[in-house]
Ligand binder design. Structure first.
Ligand code: CA
Ligand code: CA
Length: 91
């Protein structure tokens, strides 16, 4: 990775090359369905998803609602509720 730095006068220079390695861990699907991140999938998660039903990335409170977007398609719809519900009733 090449990094360019600047002093307060705007003079730029290249920083010494650095190497970074990034490890990507697969996310446990069970955790995605844990909407309120309390460590388990329960009726509370379904209630939160239901409360955010029909919201999308354009909703003013999307930052709060997006935890219920368990399939990461940018909206809370029946698909998200169904995924949480399926997990709920399979345990
Ligand atoms: Ca939960
Ligand atoms: Ca969704």
């Amino acid at each position: 990775m090449q990094v360019t730095v600047s002093d307060p006068q705007g003079a730029e220079r290249n920083a010494a090359p650095v190497t970074r390695s990034i490890t990507v861990q697969p996310v446990d699907p069970g955790n995605l369905l844990d909407v309120n991140k309390d460590g388990r999938v329960s009726i509370g998660d379904l209630a939160i998803a239901a409360a955010h039903y029909d919201k999308n990335v354009d909703s003013p409170d999307w930052s709060a609602a997006k935890a219920a977007d368990v399939n990461y398609d940018g909206k809370i719809d029946i698909t998200d509720l169904a995924q949480v519900a399926r997990k709920l009733w399979n345990e």
